[in-house]
Each structure stands twice: as C-alpha cells, then as structure tokens.
Design a binder for this molecule. Structure first.
Ligand code: PBG
Length: 324
C-alpha cells in the first residue's frame, strides 16, 4: 500500500473539482443591503467613515433599490435620519417619517426587493439611546409601546419585515401583538436577538447620527464576553414570535452564529456591521489587501459559521463579483 492513502489534495487539483466539492456557495439571494434615508430630494452624500455608502433622500433610495433588485439581492434594510429629534423619538412614528416615505416609494415603484425596516429609537432621540430615559435609566416597558407604534407605522407604509434592534426585553412579543391586532399578521419580524455592545458600530453611529450623548449601551446590549446568554435571548425571541433571529456583529461573533445555528431551527441572519466594513475599505484604499478576495472570504466565513442571511454593506459589490 502506498502512503498516504488519503490525499485531500486530489480534490483540490482543478477549479472543476474544487467547485464540485465546495460546501458553501455565496448567492446574492442571501444578502440584505443596509441603506440610510434622509430628508430632502436629490440628496446623495457619502458617509465619510463608510466609503461607498450614502445618506440619500427617498428619490435616490428608490433608484439604488432598482440596482439592488437587478443584482438579485433579496432585500434592503432602512435606517432613518429624521428632520427632528426629541426625548421619545416621536419623529419615528409618523406616516410622513423618512423611513415610512421611503418604504412607500419603494413599494410604489413595484420593485422586487424585500423592504425591511430597522425598529429602534436611537436615530430619533435627542439623547441617542435606544429607549426612553428616566432618571438616567433606559426604561424598558415604556419603550415597548413606542417601538410597537413605530413597527406598526412601518407595516402601514408597506414594510415586509420589521427588525427591532433596540434590545429592550419583550419587544418582539410587543411588536407581534401590535402587528396582529392591526391585521398585519403577514409582516415578519427579524429580531436582532444576540446584539452585542460593540465598538464595531462606530462608523454607523456617525452614519446614523445616533451616538448616545451620555453613557453607553451596556445596560441593554449584550456583553461581548457572553455566549450562553445569546441562546437565552434567541429562545426568548422565538417564544415571543420572531421569524428570523440575528447575531450582530458578525466577525468577532462567528462562534455565536454557529451556536445559534445549532440550537434553533429558524433562519439565522448575521449583521456584517459598519466597523467590519470600514476596516476592509480603509485597508483596501491603502492597497494593503485585495478587497474582492477579502470581502468574499469574509462573507463565506459568516455563511460557513451558520448564517443563511447576511446583512452587509458589501452586498452590491459582492453580488457583482459573484456574477463574474
Ligand atoms: C440601532 C442600530 C445600530 C446598528 C444597527 N441598528 C447601532 C447601535 O446599536 O449602536 C449598527 C449597524 C452597523 O454598525 O452597521 N440600534
């Protein structure tokens, strides 16, 4: 018998062979593209900390959604930059809010893209927290009512899915009840279930003007050192009616994605967040890395960890690269 009998290299010899035995394939159908809606018309301003990503008015959002559709990307997730902010995030609720108008416009254009809305208060509150603040505390239950109203207004505008990212306890149940009471039983909930308190959101906070003025988000977002807790959060969200569960960020939490995948039978999403994106863009601009290669490797890694859905600012580039 010749040695070695097993030669794993046999299946790595040619691209045909490698393709035959490949365990994970990226496809734009698994991507969701995040977008930032602002007031005005014809606004298209690059976010300095996130090259290639823009603040855009509703008309421009619709145009980019056409491109997203043509690339075969399944959906977009919308974040709003409102005209005004107050203590309770009131500008997130109106029919004429930026996100509501964008949803309506995308639907009116009859584009074949799923419209997902981020449900949270931090972009709409003057203090920048994801919930209502009383005596220096982010109060949970008072926040739920506002979040449910916000989700309902997104559903009324035509959202296909709502995605609560606030990390208040009980928000998935509150949203589900509110949506059902108002006959929006077909609007699905993609819950940011295991959302960690992360430094990787840095560029997003500049993009969404949502950095907290005082304090941080440690009292509601998860401690990066915890893993078991993610299963508890996921289990609660499923019990409360979540349709899709999410882990966020992705790259420093690939183990969490894997555990969640192995412990539940719902679709699992992962958010390849702003800091993860901006690091790649910065290194690529310096020509320190091969952007295409690294982005596809990162997205493959997130999928291999167990996420069938990836929210990523790289979605359009990746979809183009996958075509060629
Ligand atoms: C809002 C929200 C955040 C992100 C998504 N929804 C920021 C935060 O929690 O501070 C982060 C997205 C990103 O970094 O790309 N709560």
């Amino acid at each position: 018998m010749s040695f070695p009998l097993h030669r794993p290299r046999r299946l790595r010899r040619t691209e045909k062979l490698r393709n035959l035995v490949r365990e994970n394939r990226l496809h734009p159908a698994g991507f969701v593209y995040p977008m930032f809606v602002c007031p005005g018309t014809k606004v298209h301003e690059e976010i300095s900390s996130m090259p290639g990503i823009y603040h855009q008015s509703v008309d421009q959002i619709v145009e980019e959604c056409r491109e997203v559709e043509s690339l075969g990307i399944s959906g977009v997730i919308l974040f709003g930059l409102p005209e005004t902010k107050d203590a309770r995030g009131t500008s997130s609720l109106g029919k004429d809010g930026v996100v509501q108008r964008a949803v309506e416009a995308i639907k009116k254009a009859k584009l074949d893209v799923l419209v997902i809305t981020d449900v949270c208060l931090c972009e709409y509150t003057d203090h920048g927290h994801c919930g209502v603040v009383e005596n220096g505390e982010i109060v949970n239950d008072a926040t739920l009512e506002i979040l449910s109203e916000q989700a309902l207004s997104h559903a009324r505008a035509g959202a296909d899915l709502v995605a609560p990212s606030d990390m208040m306890d009980g928000r998935v149940g509150a949203l589900r009840a509110k949506l059902d009471e108002n006959k929006f039983q077909n609007v699905a909930i993609m819950a940011y279930s295991a959302k960690y308190c992360s430094g990787f959101y840095g560029p997003f906070r500049e993009a969404a003007h949502s950095a907290p003025l005082v304090g941080d988000r440690r009292s509601y977002q998860m401690d990066p050192a915890n893993s078991n807790e993610s299963l508890r959060e996921v289990a609660m969200d499923i019990e409360e009616g979540a349709d899709i569960v999410m882990v966020k960020p992705a790259l420093a939490y690939l183990d969490v994605i894997r555990r969640v995948r192995d412990n539940c039978d719902l679709p699992v999403a992962a958010y390849n967040v702003s800091g993860e994106y901006s690091m790649v863009k910065a290194a690529a601009a310096k020509k320190w890395i091969d952007e295409k290669r690294i982005v596809l490797e990162i997205l493959t890694g997130i999928q291999r960890a167990g996420a069938g859905i990836v929210l990523t600012y790289h979605a359009k580039d990746a979809a183009r690269w996958l075509k060629n």
